[in-house]
Design a protein around this ligand. Sequence first.
Ligand SMILES: [Zn+2]
Ligand SMILES: [Zn+2]
Length: 289
Amino acid sequence: MNTMDQIKKTADVIKKIRPVYQPILDFYSQVFLAQEESRSHIELSSIIISSDLLAMKQESQLPLIDPSEFLIDMDETGVLFVKICDLARDLAPELSRGAQVLKGALQEKTFELETVITAILNNQDAVLEQQAGKSDVPVSELIFFTYSSMVPSLQACSEQLETYLPPLAEIKKGYCPICGNPPDMAFFDEDGKRHLKCSFCSHRWNVGRMGCVFCENNDKDQQLYFFSDEEKEYRVNLCDHCRQYIKVVDLRKMDRAFFPALELVSSLHLDIKARKKGYRNGSSMASDA
Ligand SMILES: [Zn+2]
Ligand SMILES: [Zn+2]
C-alpha cells in the first residue's frame, strides 16, 4: 500500500473509533494527502554544510541550520497554497472565508506569498500581523495556510539534512537536531524507545527515555501524566517544573499505521484537557489554527 492509501485508511480508522473527529479529519486528511502528493514535485538544491561548521555544531550540540536557511520550492508552494485554500472552502467552514480571501488576494497579486514565507522562516511576527491585516484575515489563518503549503519543502530539506546527523545516535536535547524547533509530539516505537517529532520540519529523533523533553527536569514529583482507558495508545506528559505538556503516542498499543500529523489533529481533546489543567505546549506552528 502506498503512503497516500495508508493515510486514507488510517484516517478512516480514526473516524470510526472517534466519530467526533469526522469533520476535522475530512478536511485535514485531504490536506495531508495534498502535501504528500506535492512532495513528489518538489525540486530543490541541497543545503551544504562544510565539515568545519558541522564539527562545530556537533561539538556544541547546535541544530544543523537556522530555520531561515530552509529552501522553499516557491512554485510548488504556490500551487499547494491554492489547493489547500480550495479544500478549506469546501470542507472547513470556520476557515472558509479566510481561504477564499487569501486565494483571491494571491491571484490578484495583492498578497505576496514569498513575503509571508520569509516572515515565517525568520520569525517576523510584525510582518505576519501586517500581512494578515492587509488581507483582513486572522494571523493564525495566514500562518496555517502558508505553513501548510511549505511543509513538503521543509520535509524535503529536513530529509536531505538528515545525512549530516550521526546514524542511530540518541540525541538528548529536546529541540530538533535539524532546525532547533521544539517537538509537538513524542512517541514510543515498537522497541520502547522514545522519539520526538519536530513541530516545524517533521524530523523525528531518538531522545532517551526519562524526564521532561523541554526542560530536562527528571524529578519524579514534578513529572506527571494523564491518560484514558479508552485510548491506551495516548498519554500526556505534564511537567510541573516548566509547566509544559507533550502528547505521547505508544506505537506498541496502536494497531493502525502511524501518521503523526493525523494523530495530532485527532487528539485535540487532550490539548484542551492539558490546557485546562494550566499547562501549555512549546510547539505552535501548525496545531493552533
Ligand atoms: Zn526541525
Ligand atoms: Zn519541563
